[in-house]
Design a protein around this ligand. Sequence first.
Ligand SMILES: [Zn+2]
Length: 203
Amino acid sequence: MNQNLIPAAEAIYKLIQELNKLPGIGPKSAQRLTYYLLRAPEEQAKLLAEAILSVKQKTRLCSTCFNITEADPCLICRSDHRDRSKICIVEQPQDILALEHTRIYHGLYHVLHGAISPTEGVGADDIRIKELMNRLQGSSVEEVILATNPNLEGEQTAMYLNKLISPLGIRVTRLARGLPFGTELEYADDVTLTRAIEGRQEF
Ligand SMILES: [Zn+2]
């Protein structure tokens, strides 16, 4: 953005620039949000700023499933209402939100924090696979659902995990193919995602 073209206060440029760094926020949206916040009550701006800081300061990873949480273990790992015989493997914490939204799955989760991608230099040791295998050893888990993204990296990761987990005598399933290839789980709609969970297949 060429600052010389927009006659505005330094503070305004700064906020536009920061918002522009966010995913899905182009320069136009960043400008619109900045001027919206400028007109909004100070209290609203303060709440937003505090909310942003507290996601950084008050959250950590669950030491069991690696979901983002305020308390360790997280609410899902601690709950008495979850089916402990199933673990659903996802790439990112926001995938849990998408799956929980369908209300059809009541098992546990494990967040890998990435996917195997040789082209980007991400190997099996760079994501939470070792922690998953430790968790599965000697556990009462009967089924592992591979819910990695339906794209190249997600498929590679699912294949790799299947090879590791199958020998443990645990049933390994993969989300049904209703999900369009190349997409990411967090953007799938509820209906598609529900079908994908219900129609999961033996890997
Ligand atoms: Zn957890």
